[in-house]
Design a protein around this ligand. Structure first.
Ligand code: COA
Length: 381
């Protein structure tokens, strides 16, 4: 191994782990594109279904392709009784991300084998994982509330059907569109921790269910998808615009990380957070203002004043929680909703990995003891 290859890069920051044609970020210019299409245009004009297709196929679908995809997807939304029984067996206090991670792996056990490299098998798993993830999240939510799961409908969009399965009634148009756009914005984001985890597992020729389950585990962490839940808790703790500066000063002096700010790649404001904010503005105008949004805007001002020079700006998680709360979604379901969206990206990455797979096997720099003699237990002090 060359001396250069032995250089440690903590967190593999910036080390290319694959060639990918799925999404692109310019962190200094605040650019995010899916398959070459700017995120702003997709947020404005696309839907989650169309975006999921685009991520997988590299092209926008024709009308007949999109119609067929919508039909195929909605046909496999329902869960078998065994899965519902399994979801009902979890403690009601379990974090929904732990349940989702287990349930995706379990779903694979209920499905036919997926042969690595087989396009037809992969397509079946792609549809099933995309379609069943919202059903799992909604079913567990209802079960833990002590309610019966609501069966999915085939005539509703991915976003509208999810809200329908949660609440048992058809959502209004604005709520469904807001969630739809949030799903588009979260659908892919280059080689982040969960996508890398998915590709590492898939690289061993494991199946898509194993790989997506691993990705859900990675997404759960507060440094990744789990941040949106923490943001809302921070905003609730702050409570009012007047309290923002004192709360932030305390975080600055204790060197605490303020959730929803900073990003490995973006050194300017995350382009997705602009789109979420304009979505929020439209929603608050229709459904009523939410005071926590004012707290968030003040916090953004104070944090950027202090840390903006270091490249610390709001990321996507900063505004998503406020929007989800307005949609009436429980705080600990924010990250599962992120997973519903990101499943589209994970699966596109698995498909890309399948085309030219190479097992991931990074090196290490060994810093431990060497060549020690075993000491029998009676001789140890
Ligand atoms: N609040 C306060 N300070 C922050 C910060 C935040 N959210 N994010 C980074 N910083 C500071 C660090 O304390 C560090 O300061 P120092 O140079 O004085 O030690 C500097 O900025 C670099 O931080 P570092 O953690 O090394 O950057 P990173 O690129 O590894 O981290 C994140 C990226 C996302 C892990 C980090 O910004 C973070 O933890 N953010 C909060 C969690 C979050 O919102 N995650 C969702 C990401 S989409």
């Amino acid at each position: 191994m060359t001396a250069e290859a032995k250089q440690l890069v903590p967190g593999l920051a910036g080390v290319p782990a694959a060639e990918s044609a799925i999404s692109y970020i310019d962190g200094n210019a605040g650019v995010l594109e899916y398959r070459g299409y700017p995120i702003e245009q997709l947020a404005e004009r696309s839907t989650f279904e169309e975006t999921a297709w685009l991520l997988m196929h590299g092209q926008l679908p024709t009308k007949s392709q999109l119609d067929a995809f919508g039909r195929d997807l909605s046909a496999v939304r329902e869960l078998p009784d065994g899965m519902l029984a399994l979801l009902g067996a979890f403690p009601k206090t379990a974090h929904p991300m732990l349940v989702l991670q287990s349930a995706i792996a379990a779903l694979g056990a209920f499905e036919r084998e997926v042969r690595f490299g087989d396009e037809e098998d992969f397509r079946r798993a792609w549809l099933r994982i995309l379609a069943a993830t919202p059903t799992i999240v909604a079913a567990f939510e209802r079960l833990r509330r002590g309610e019966q799961p609501v069966a999915p409908r085939v005539d509703l969009s991915h976003a509208a059907n999810f809200l329908y399965m949660l609440n048992g009634e058809e959502p209004d148009e604005i709520a469904a569109r807001v969630l739809d756009v949030a799903l588009v914005l979260h659908a892919d984001h280059t080689m982040n921790a969960s996508t890398f985890a998915a590709r590492v597992v898939y690289g061993t020729n494991a199946g898509p269910y194993d790989s997506v389950s691993a990705a859900v585990g990675a997404l759960h962490g507060p440094l990744h998808g789990g941040a949106n839940e923490r943001v809302l808790r921070s905003l609730e703790t702050i409570g009012s615009v007047e309290n923002v500066r004192a709360w932030a000063d305390q975080q600055f002096s204790s060197k605490g990380k303020i959730m929803g700010f900073g990003h490995r790649v973006y050194k300017v404001k995350d382009p997705r957070s602009f789109a979420l904010q304009s979505l929020g503005d439209k929603m608050f105008a229709k459904l009523g203002h939410t005071p926590i949004y004012d707290v968030a805007l003040e916090l953004e001002k104070v944090v950027v004043e202090r840390l903006g020079d270091k490249g610390i700006h709001p990321n996507v998680d900063f505004f998503s929680g406020i929007i989800y709360q307005k949609l009436g979604l429980p705080t600990d379901q924010f990250t599962p909703i992120f997973a519903i969206a990101r499943a589209a990206g994970w699966l596109a990455h698995l498909h890309e990995q399948m085309q030219d797979n190479k097992l991931f096997r990074p090196g290490q720099i060994y810093v431990g003891e060497a060549s020690r003699d075993y000491v029998p237990i009676d001789n140890r002090v």
